[in-house]
Ligand binder design. Structure first.
Ligand SMILES: Cc1ncc(C[n+]2csc(CCOP(=O)(O)OP(=O)(O)O)c2C)c(N)n1
Ligand SMILES: [Mg+2]
Length: 322
């Protein structure tokens, strides 16, 4: 299918935004300037961007311990996320969530959940609410390969299937759950094979190709929105950074890492755009430079922003009115 240049550039811009955001955060973290802990998304950008570009603004996503890419792709601002990572009162969760609970309901992202598999039932629940209220909205659960071995995953998929809910289960198979290779803990050749026992469509696609991801997600989202029920989508990708802060990822064999770097989504997509004369290399460089400035401004502003007061900890404990 042919796409407008604007669409492809938006895809590129969002992937670069995620990459640069993560690279900057890594630096701030290693310098000891940023508090908390982080799990980063470098290498997996095409997954979040391809899926979120197939969604409407009022669709909902849920995420994991590795949520920055999903949040940026769903439209959270760099500033509100940087503020949150610095624990500031103006962050998207008022500084109370930090990296692993980032989110903003107004942008269609339920705050992330770091319990592996924990967000899968949440997306199922949101989809049930949409169906009961007769709303034409779709819920997406982003998860890792490791999450598909959790009981919560199977319970949630079963419910999504029997109630024919408007939900998309997206597995980002980055070949490892922390340091454990996926083929050590899963017998089936493809994770998407697991869809068949719930009688929903299951598909495996190249998760480093944003267009392939977009097309698979669009088909699944359209099905869900038209009342045809859930889909399990497996995106094959690779994490080109450690599992969490300071992890040198020595369990990833050198050759495999090297191959993955050559196959990383942004360089690959840039090459595709330039070689097919869709865009000039200079235009891509300009996009990168603009994003760098935006991130730098956000870092400066976040560092100057006010911290929460101790008594703020007692606020937002309960919903006052439903
Ligand atoms: C229920 C549960 N068990 C263990 C952990 C510790 N833990 C955090 S991330 C992770 C690996 C998850 O792997 P995967 O689902 O493939 O996601 P990835 O890190 O590759 O993005 C583990 C074991 C956890 N957070 N929750
Ligand atoms: Mg994984």
């Amino acid at each position: 299918m042919a796409y407008q240049k604007e669409f492809l550039l938006e895809m590129y811009r969002k992937m670069v935004l995620i990459r640069q955001f993560e690279d900057r955060v890594k630096f701030l973290f290693l310098e000891g300037i940023m508090p908390g802990t982080i799990h980063q998304y470098q290498g997996q950008e095409a997954c979040a961007v391809g899926v979120c570009m197939a969604l409407n603004e009022d669709d909902i996503v849920t995420s994991t311990h590795r949520p920055h890419g999903h949040a940026l792709a769903k439209g959270l601002s760099v500033q509100s996320m940087m503020d949150e990572l610095f624990g500031k009162v103006i962050g998207c969760c008022k500084g109370k969530g930090g990296s692993m609970h980032i989110g903003d309901l107004e942008k269609g992202m339920i705050p992330a959940i770091a319990i592996v598999g924990g967000n899968v039932p949440l997306a199922t629940g949101a989809a049930l609410a949409f169906k009961m209220r007769n709303e034409k909205r779709v819920a997406v659960s982003f998860m890792g390969d490791g999450a598909t071995n959790e009981g919560a995953f199977h319970e949630a998929l079963n419910m999504g299937a029997i109630w024919n809910l408007p939900v998309l289960y997206v597995v980002e198979n980055n070949l490892y759950g922390a340091s454990t290779p996926v083929d050590m803990v899963i017998r089936t050749e493809k994770i998407s094979d697991r869809a068949s026992i719930y009688k929903m469509p299951g598909k495996t696609v190249d998760g480093n190709d944003p267009i392939a991801v977009y097309e698979a997600a669009k088909e699944a989202v359209d099905r869900a929105r038209n009342g045809q029920g859930p889909t399990l989508l497996e995106l094959i990708t690779y994490r080109i950074t450690g599992h969490s802060r300071r992890d040198p990822a020595l369990y990833q064999p050198k050759e495999e890492r090297q191959k993955a770097k050559e196959n990383e989504p942004i360089g690959r997509f840039a090459k595709h755009l330039v070689e097919n004369k869709i865009v000039a290399a200079q235009e891509l460089e300009d996009i990168g430079n603009q994003i760098e400035k935006e991130i730098e401004q956000a870092v400066e502003a976040a560092m100057k922003a006010p911290d929460p007061k101790p008594e703020d900890a007692l606020e937002d404990m309960f919903v006052e009115q439903i």
